[in-house]
Design a protein around this ligand. Structure first.
Ligand SMILES: NC(=O)c1ccc[n+]([C@@H]2O[C@H](COP(=O)([O-])OP(=O)(O)OC[C@H]3O[C@@H](n4cnc5c(N)ncnc54)[C@H](O)[C@@H]3O)[C@@H](O)[C@H]2O)c1
Length: 374
């Protein structure tokens, strides 16, 4: 715990008054990074293609809108990105903007996925290069999916060849390789972080990702969470968002990390069915404490098995080695999967309850207006 306090204090000292640009800052990971930077006293510029004030995002829901500078822009627009980065003259860029719903978006919009996930980063690196690298650092959020299916686990940063196959995976892999090239050839201070599956409150990729989607099924629709048949044998790493944010803020500030690649290890490595069972058990426990009878109903409903799309290429086992990030900046996950899951459950419980309440209110309003019209 003392390490955690030390690193948190260190982060606050470093980021105070720093000018930071966070791309994809209305998304899950970006918005949490924005929140931490604001708390540390940084001047934060939040760039996203969708900055609507009605959008579900931590930025809008937690009063952050008035504390940051908002920029509506598309990272695939090279000229706009150069102009923005030149004007802000930021110290640090955190790059999260991407078509990030992995399989679904990439299958529907492959070209756009490559454009956003590969060229989006290149546009940023080009802007930085043209400013003679006057920017302190750029943190690029890569993914464990760049490794692909490996015969040896856990994945290590120097593993070759990278074997990404899916469209999202390959587009990210191209960006990951190009980031390293820009660091080596043009001396851009880029840090490449290969993230595992992050989870926590305010992830609104509710129709795509295992944990938020299960929350939607349980709390939003009152039914059992679903499991794709093809993911019965899948294993993944999971890390709570606060730990991931802390690690990324550490990496972006340390000069020795520039030009390096880091795995972001999980606090838990588990099978997908195992995670779902744990979600159900933990939700049931929370409900037994708060609401009596529903807990048993949730356990009794169990899991629904669903056939997936056979066209989707999905890696069976992904597992990251966390030695390098531990040696380099002393990062180890501090929040257990169980604690993180409970915080996540409590968030979605309230979120879906409020959503139901607002649906009821809007139905009542419509009914009222209809009666008045009659
Ligand atoms: N969440 C995870 O578990 C995870 C794991 C591995 C890697 N990553 C990477 O981390 C980053 C953030 O992921 P996330 O979970 O926050 O995803 P997210 O979908 O919640 O956020 C992505 C954000 O990027 C914005 N965006 C998309 N296209 C854009 C464009 N062309 N121009 C500007 N903004 C655009 C979206 O509006 C969204 O706000 C992504 O690059 C993703 O590939 C995330």
């Amino acid at each position: 715990m003392s390490n955690l306090i030390e690193s948190t204090e260190d982060i606050k000292r470093f980021y105070k008054d720093k000018r930071c640009l966070v791309t994809g800052g209305f998304g899950f990971v970006g918005s949490h990074v924005v929140e931490s930077l604001v708390k540390a006293g940084a001047e934060v510029h939040v760039l996203d293609i969708d900055t609507d004030e009605n959008r579900d995002s931590l930025i809008n829901l937690c009063g952050l809108r008035d504390k940051v500078h908002i920029i509506t822009a598309d990272i695939t627009d090279k000229i706009a990105m150069e102009e923005i980065i030149r004007q802000i003259k930021c110290d640090i860029i955190f790059h999260f903007a991407a078509a990030a719903t992995v399989v679904e978006k990439a299958m529907d919009l492959p070209y756009l996925t490559v454009l956003a996930n590969t060229m989006g980063l290149v546009n940023i690196l080009e802007a930085v290069r043209k400013m003679n690298n006057s920017i302190y650092s750029v943190l690029f959020s890569s993914t464990d999916k760049v490794y692909g299916e490996a015969s040896e686990l856990p994945y290590k940063e120097n593993a070759t060849p990278l074997k990404a196959v899916g469209l999202y995976d390959s587009a990210k892999m191209a960006a990951d390789v190009l980031a390293k090239s820009y660091a080596e050839v043009f001396k851009v201070n880029v840090v490449i972080v290969r993230l595992c599956n992050l989870y926590g409150p305010y992830d609104f990729n509710i129709d795509y990702r295992l944990i938020p989607k299960s929350m939607k099924h349980i709390y939003g629709e009152g039914r059992a969470p679903e499991l794709y048949f093809h993911s019965l044998d899948h294993f993944r790493d999971y890390l709570y968002i606060d730990d991931a944010v802390r690690a990324m803020l550490l990496l972006a500030k340390e000069k020795k990390c520039f030009g390096e690649i880091y795995n972001m290890p999980g606090c838990k490595y588990a099978s997908t069915p195992g995670i779902l069972k744990e979600i159900i058990n933990r939700v049931a426990e929370v409900e037994r404490k708060l609401n009596g009878e529903i807990g048993d109903q949730i356990t009794a409903r169990g899991i629904r098995i669903k056939m997936g799309d056979p066209q989707h290429i999905v890696i069976e086992k992904q597992h990251l080695c966390g030695e390098k990030i531990k040696d380099s900046v002393g990062f180890v996950p501090e929040i257990s999967f169980e604690d993180g899951l409970e915080r996540t459950i409590l968030f979605y419980r309230e979120y879906f309850q409020n959503q139901k309440k607002s649906i009821v209110v809007s139905i009542q309003e419509t009914e009222g207006r209809m009666q008045e019209a009659v």
